[in-house]
Ligand binder design. Structure first.
Ligand code: GAL
Length: 417
């Protein structure tokens, strides 16, 4: 699965877009998303329910493919043909790229009425604004640096849940000898990058991560730490099974759920799968920070941008934006999705221990400097840079490229715009 690499501005250039944006019918909400796995679909259904309750018709625009590459390709085609949906799941720096095209609705009236500036932590609100105006609305905060564990498999293998990458190797050896797959992995480029960024955080710490993968600092990328990160990625690969290439992430999660595999490195959308399968945290499965990352947090904020529509359609747009930030929606959506609410001061009562740990760590790391954006999930780099960096990681994972060569390729990729 390849990302469409044509820059957005090149695709949209020259098209009389704003004049042609109102093809969606009044009262009809068409939302592009890529939430098609069990837990994800249950979460998306909550949005549909809420909009139906307001009298709007939901037109589902789901494009399968974890991480959303397929969805973005389809979205570009729709926008270029002058027929954007009501809203689309867009996040991170891409919001700025879409803002530059002048196709997004200004949500400031809804944001002012709803007091979004006080409801949202600044780290979240900043991502939602283009030139100081709200153009996107957040649904959640996902933590990416998790390790999902089947405790029964660890017990049978006599292995200890690892807190460092050295301990990981010791545990993985035991698990393999006991006849289980140590690491459930799906060999798709975004999943390779997800594992890589957790390793980078664990091996190098939040400061290194920030310099190398957010500031794209060449000296940090060229440091011996980056070589060690690639070495560790190769080590993890050794403990995956031969059927991993191409596997969807939720099928990898299922391997942990049904006891075929011991662990998976994946964001907490994986918890949505455990929950949908009726599994309980602490007993049936364990959520632990990826080795070495207990004091850090890679965040991934899902959000929707809403496209400019002719005024008659703005009611739908405004209703959708307001609904997404309502406490009711933020609660029910995130209980299903595995993430935590994007808005502050939500009651924790219904949330499980994994979500509570995520809530506490989000606050603690935002004070300690351990809170960093996930690059594998589109929160840290311009999309062209991200595509190039992810390709290097994935090519390394699927070849015998040396860690030294990979570092050089990574430095080159970090310059791509
Ligand atoms: C992430 C997204 C999550 C989840 C995951 C797998 O990028 O933020 O909401 O859907 O991909 O598709």
């Amino acid at each position: 699965m390849k990302q469409s690499r044509t820059p957005l501005h090149a695709l949209i250039a020259g098209i009389g877009l704003l004049g042609a944006t109102a093809l969606a019918h009044a009262g009809e909400v068409e939302v592009l998303h890529y939430w098609t796995s069990g837990g994800e679909a249950k979460s998306a259904a909550e949005l549909k329910k809420m909009m139906a309750a307001k009298g709007h018709t939901w037109k589902d625009f789901a494009v399968a493919g974890g991480g959303g590459e397929n969805a973005m390709t389809v979205l570009k085609t729709r926008v270029v043909s002058g027929n954007p949906p009501t809203a689309a799941q867009i996040k991170g720096p891409s919001i700025q790229e879409w803002g530059n095209e002048g196709v997004l609705a200004n949500l400031d009236p809804v944001a002012k009425a709803g007091g979004w500036d006080t409801l949202l932590p600044p780290v979240v609100a900043n991502v939602m604004k283009y030139k100081g105006n709200y153009v996107a609305v957040p649904v959640n905060v996902h933590r990416v640096n998790w390790m999902w564990v089947n405790p029964e498999v660890f017990k049978k293998a006599g292995a200890k849940i690892p807190t460092t990458w050295d301990e990981f190797a010791a545990a993985a050896d035991k698990i393999q000898k006991a006849g289980f797959i140590p690491v459930a992995h799906g060999g798709q480029n975004w999943q390779d990058a997800t594992v890589f960024e957790s390793i980078a955080l664990g091996v190098g710490g939040a400061d290194y991560y920030q310099k190398a993968f957010v500031k794209l600092d060449a000296a940090a990328l060229a440091s011996p730490t980056t070589e060690k990160v690639f070495d560790t990625l190769r080590l993890v690969k050794k403990y995956t099974d031969k059927d991993s290439p191409g596997r969807d992430w939720n099928l990898a999660t299922a391997m942990v759920i049904n006891g075929k595999a011991a662990m998976q490195f994946m964001g907490d959308w994986a918890k949505g799968e455990f929950t949908a399968a009726g599994k309980k945290p602490g007993t049936d499965f364990i959520c632990a920070p990826a080795p070495g990352t207990a004091k850090a947090y890679t965040f991934n904020i899902d959000s929707f941008v809403l496209f400019s529509q002719k005024s008659k359609d703005m009611k739908v747009t405004n209703d959708l934006a307001a609904s997404i930030l309502s406490p009711e929606f933020q609660e029910v959506f995130n209980l299903n999705k595995g993430s935590i609410p994007a808005r502050l001061n939500m009651p924790k009562t219904k949330f499980d221990d994994c979500a509570r740990l995520s809530m506490d760590d989000f606050v603690a790391t935002s004070k300690s400097g351990g809170l960093v954006p996930s690059f594998a999930h589109g929160m840290a780099m311009p999309s062209a840079t991200q595509g190039a960096v992810v390709d290097v990681v994935s090519n390394f994972m699927n070849s015998s490229m040396s860690s030294k060569d990979a570092v050089q390729k990574l430095i080159a990729a970090s310059k791509k715009r």
